[in-house]
Design a protein around this ligand. Structure first.
Ligand SMILES: [Zn+2]
Ligand SMILES: [Zn+2]
Ligand SMILES: [Zn+2]
Length: 161
């Protein structure tokens, strides 16, 4: 996230959305699924499966890899998290109730990841692929650079005075 914000409310609203979505799809947000989601939402930096595994183990969950991967699969198929392929890690989605692809802006410095609006690019990709007779299965769009905060930090201090 760019601006300083109350991250507790990010977590709260993510969990509330998860409860609501699971209920409406007749799915169970089991303890391990809920805790995994909460741990992934600890920040806007994606969390790797092994880090997640270690944290769940610390807390006494059944942290056998299959359990954790099943929880991750569930959260992904429910649209509650995305996998950031280039980081091999998982990110909580703030728009889980809208169907969308995850297109990401990844900050090289703080490793925060933001999603950006995908629809126009998505449409263009489908069109370009179709023009080649290609049927699109997956799209990975992960842009790297510096987030607003990290750019600010690089600026000389004279701005302040
Ligand atoms: Zn936040
Ligand atoms: Zn998303
Ligand atoms: Zn940054």
């Amino acid at each position: 996230m760019n601006t300083p914000h109350n991250h507790d409310s990010c977590i709260e609203s993510a969990l509330a959305t998860a409860e609501r979505l699971c209920k409406s799809q007749n799915q169970k947000l089991t303890k391990v699924r809920r805790r995994a989601l909460e741990l992934i939402w600890q920040s806007h930096r994606p969390l790797g499966a092994y880090q997640l595994l270690a944290k769940l183990a610390e807390e006494g969950f059944n942290s056998a890899p299959p359990t954790v991967y099943r929880a991750l699969d569930f959260l992904m198929s429910a649209g509650l998290i995305h996998k950031v392929e280039s980081m091999n890690a998982y990110l909580g989605c703030a728009h889980a109730d809208k169907i969308h692809k995850g297109y990401f802006l990844i900050c090289d410095q703080c490793h925060n990841v933001m999603e950006f609006d995908y629809q126009d690019i998505h449409n263009a990709l489908i069109e370009k692929a179709a023009a080649q007779g290609f049927s699109l299965r997956a799209e990975t769009i992960e842009l790297t650079g510096l987030c607003e905060n990290c750019q600010d930090e690089k600026q000389p201090q004279e701005m302040e005075s």
